[in-house]
Design a protein around this ligand. Structure first.
Ligand SMILES: Cc1cc2nc3c(=O)[nH]c(=O)nc-3n(C[C@H](O)[C@H](O)[C@H](O)COP(=O)(O)OP(=O)(O)OC[C@H]3O[C@@H](n4cnc5c(N)ncnc54)[C@H](O)[C@@H]3O)c2cc1C
Length: 493
């Protein structure tokens, strides 16, 4: 009699399961991420305008941890929960974890640790250390680990980078409907961890130096990591508004890139978005689904000057978005939170004070490379230079006979990818592409290193600087702990 194969409740057979397992890449043993509460809900009980509540919501939202914020000033359920969780306490916010723990006014690192997110590297030595867990860094890590490199990603916040601030990524190939950036980045994180990438959150890289063939990275808590190669992918940070009111109210109505996290607290309100680029346009469209009116303030005469056509068209057909052209925000103010903004007409110089509940700012970005000044060559704006420059010059102090690879910085074995790179496209897919390409070059570097580079990298003494070598204006040449022989300038190829 023919045997009926045993079936699991979901209809699969053990054979099918075994075949699927065989086809699935094996879990690398090196690193096992700790569990994170993704299914159950974390509750934050606190004041609406508390910057700490804003930080905690950002952490949870950008990590895709399900959470609910309850306003202790307006919601009786919030007051009941607070009285139950921390009787008599007047300190807020409270964070109620699904396992019953209550955190009183935790900072983001405390909450991250309580959620089981790793904030410390497990060991000091890696094949590749990636600085920055945005699309460039995560793609580099996925490619490196899938090809067997022992890889660590360090992020000063939660991984995901700028895309976690966007709920509407529409230009990612293969996804004709818009993608939620936080969701996409969480998938990248899961994919990286599945390949054995170790991800350390809430740790900032503060130093980089070379000792022979080792590349050493210092973190903000003094930890030193050693790697054979480094990929620098720290991206860019939001540019801040300089007015005193805007500075004082960050997190209390003035938000940088936080449209997705704060949208729910703007229900029925009038909000302002400053910035006529794509990220400002995306934020305006997203907020328009919740706020009463969204005022989109741009210094351009019309939004078509700096925004993609698809966004311009959609804004044109969204009745509750009002475009405020040739204007900027001069200041914001209110009693503990934003109650008004001052609009400056850049043509006439006239200033008008208007009521507002929140101001979302998208006015460009600056490279996060200050800690690399004097270590790798930067351009005059601080973006990291890679490869040979536009004039076919080698970087100052370049020690090897071969020219630097396309994404290699002026320090051999250290690569840069994504928005922080001089000449990069400032798009997610380009950043991811550069991350993948950087790993290809990492392999090339590792292949050549033992036989070709090692002797040269150690060979003293320094020769005179060859004519034509350059460094960015105002930036000292040379790198700590790295004393290679200089080579004659030669064009690539
Ligand atoms: C609101 C918004 C919407 C956007 N929408 C789109 C879109 O629809 N389509 C598109 O193509 N692009 C979009 N972009 C641009 C896109 O997000 C970026 O081009 C892309 O994220 C760049 O990736 P990256 O990895 O180079 O850098 P980032 O995304 O900036 O990531 C860098 C990471 O490095 C970390 N980091 C920085 N310094 C350090 C340090 N010293 N130590 C440790 N970690 C550090 C940061 O915390 C960050 O997580 C948008 C950007 C924004 C802000």
């Amino acid at each position: 009699m023919e045997r009926t194969p045993t079936r699991h409740p979901d209809g699969t057979t053990p054979d099918a399961e075994a075949a699927r397992e065989a086809a699935t890449p094996r879990e690398p043993k090196r690193h096992k991420p700790k569990p994170v509460f993704l299914e159950q809900q974390v509750r934050i009980v606190g004041h609406r305008w508390s910057p700490r509540v804003h930080e905690l919501k950002q952490l949870l939202g950008r990590s895709r941890v399900r959470h609910l914020w309850l306003d202790v000033d307006a919601d009786p359920e919030a007051q009941r929960l607070a009285a139950q969780a921390a009787p008599g306490s007047t300190t807020f916010p409270l964070v109620l974890l699904p396992d019953g723990r209550v955190l009183v006014d935790p900072d983001v690192e405390h909450l991250a640790r309580a959620l089981g997110l790793s904030t410390q590297p497990s060991g000091p030595i890696y094949d590749l250390v990636v600085i920055g867990g945005g699309p460039a860094g995560l793609t580099a890590a996925i490619n490196a680990a899938s090809e067997g490199l022992h890889t660590l990603v360090v992020d000063q916040n939660v991984p995901g980078g700028q895309i976690t601030y966007s709920a509407m990524i529409e230009n990612f190939p293969g996804f004709p409907r818009s993608l939620d950036g936080a969701d996409l980045s969480q998938r990248m994180v899961q994919q990286a961890e599945r390949f054995g990438v170790e991800i350390v959150r809430m740790r900032r890289a503060t130093g980089l130096r070379a000792e022979g063939l080792r590349r050493l990275v210092t973190l903000d808590d003094g930890t030193e990591l050693s790697a054979r190669t480094i990929v620098l992918a720290p991206g860019v940070s939001f540019r801040f508004l300089e007015s005193p009111g805007c500075r004082a109210l960050v997190g209390a109505g003035v938000y940088y890139g936080a449209a997705t996290v704060e949208a729910s607290s703007c229900r029925g309100d009038d909000v302002y978005v400053l910035g006529g680029g794509n990220s400002g346009g995306q934020a305006a469209l997203f907020l328009a689904t919740i706020a009463r009116t969204v005022h989109l303030v741009t210094s351009d005469d019309d939004i078509g000057q700096s925004m993609s056509r698809y966004l311009v068209d959609r804004i044109g057909t969204t009745s509750n978005i009002v475009v405020v052209p040739h204007s900027t925000v001069a200041d914001a103010g209110g009693d503990g939170h934003v109650e008004w903004v001052e609009l400056l007409d850049v043509r006439s110089g006239q200033v008008e004070r208007v009521p507002a509940c929140a101001l979302f700012v998208f006015i460009g970005a600056a490279p996060r490379s200050e800690w690399l000044d004097g270590i790798v060559a930067l351009d005059e704006k601080g973006f990291i230079r890679t490869g040979v420059d536009e004039g076919c010059c080698l970087p100052a102090d370049w020690p090897l006979e071969r020219p630097p690879y396309l994404l290699e910085t002026s320090l051999p074995g250290v690569f840069a990818a994504g928005d922080v790179r001089h000449g990069s496209v400032k798009r997610m897919t380009s950043a991811a592409g550069e991350g993948a390409m950087a790993v290809h070059l990492v392999h090339q570097y590792l292949r050549e290193t033992p036989a070709d580079c090692a002797a040269r990298l150690r060979r003293p003494p320094r020769r005179e600087r060859a004519p034509g070598r350059r460094t960015a204006p105002g930036r000292p040449p040379g790198r700590a702990g790295f004393d290679p022989q200089r080579f004659e300038r030669r064009p690539p190829g």
